[in-house]
Write a protein that binds this ligand. Sequence first.
Ligand code: NAD
Length: 502
Amino acid sequence: MTTSLDKPLDKAGDQSEDKFFDGRMFDGQVFSGGWITPRGGDAADLEPATGTELVRTGVADEEDVASAALGAATEQRAWAATSFEERAAVLRRAGMLVERHAEELQDWIVRETGAVPGLAEFAVGVAAQECYEAAALASRPLGEILPSNQPRLSLLRRVPVGVVGVISPFNVPLILSIRSVAPALALGNAVLLKPDVRTPVVGGFAIARIFQEAGLPDGLLHVLPGSAEVGSAMISDPHVRVISFTGSSATGRKVAELAARHLKRVHLELGGNSALVILDDADLDAAVSAGAWASFLHQGQICMTAGRHLVHESIADDYVAALAQHADALPVGDPAAQQVALGPLIDAGQRDKVHGLVSGSVEAGARLAAGGWFEDLFYRPTVLDNVRTDMPAYAEEVFGPVAPVVRFGNLDEAAELAAGSDYGLSLSILTRDVMRGLALAERIPTGIVHINDQTVSDEAVAPFGGVLDSGTGARFGGTANLDAFTDQRWITMRGDIPKYPF
Ligand code: NAD
């Protein structure tokens, strides 16, 4: 087959009709057995930094979901029967296409999600790696030989689940969609993908474009942006067997309840309120840099964002002063037009929620050491001191650029504070004594631990996920994807049919 991999590269900034992710392709369309006009209508895809309409994309409704699910179930059987080499080749080409068109994809990420270019570049790198890891997954052993008390061969064989429904959020939509789409396809499944209506291109259509060009047969990947009702329709549809959901804990609970009614397996990757613990021996300058990155990267709209800075009382005054100074110096603005550290929040609803949590905490007695104000969707990086654990900006997931600081006097207090959250996604401990950090981490329930690094990290090969309200214990990444996107079948074989007593 001929793909754009065979053609010469576009020049950087080329505005010709040769754009790989040409917005006109998505105009009023969804991807479901090719680009089609959905029954659900269309919606404006807005650039948060400027309010500009980037494109009007199609929006799915429940009927679109039903016909996509039926088509996906039909096509999936033939796809599962193809050789692993064929599936792996599609995934490898997808990875190469992500890399080849990285610049254009990064541009969409910056404009549609408000990410700074560095984060967009990181997301594109992870997306390519997700495709390559998924390609490798297709050729991994798909079972085990089991012991048996009978004269027979007894096997565990992994089989595709059939149709996988992927529901993803607005914040880092490329990674959060492709981390399920790529392994699910590689393992012989079909996929219905529902990105957030605010990020339909980066969370969905760009991925459709990549896989279409990579030679994925029609009807295996359906991209259906839509409302909560569209997500519910996916969960309820009898053809969709497994749901991979990334989003807030409140929505995750609804997803789990509906899935339980339909006896569906669900993988839930939910919210967080991760602690960054700074012990008395930590390098202060490095801790301030790590703390700022952990709370302000992508305007704090990352599930692993540090929402709680727990600092030893002997260094806390210096830490707060330096973090506030650092925050005040960070430029905030349109990441497509200027070099900034923070871009816009996704929309006014999110901004008002963030500001409500900050204002509520200040009214309850927190001291605003930096930030606490906004212009349009641009929220200043904010540092809160004199924080109590019952204040809203500390107790809840803010999903904005806010660093609440709480002091502790000894390791027992640090452990109690860090563990005192409903969430359990990421944990960071900064100390010159690594073993002391590790021992402290053992006392705190969490899915991810970073000693001497901040809370935000992602690699396609690592098992990603949380405990408590951050998820159901499911993991994405590396071989964890085998569990997520296959069913286990027990098979026995013997040479002769045994004779039974009656
Ligand atoms: P959200 O839960 O509001 O939405 C996520 C997705 O679910 C969207 O596509 C939305 O349209 C859909 N949805 C909403 N209601 C639904 C329903 N009733 N049934 C089915 N689908 C429904 O989340 P959000 O506010 O867009 O995203 C931010 C949240 O996601 C934060 O809490 C963040 O921590 C979390 N998150 C978690 C991870 C992780 O890997 N653990 C990663 C990124 C974001």
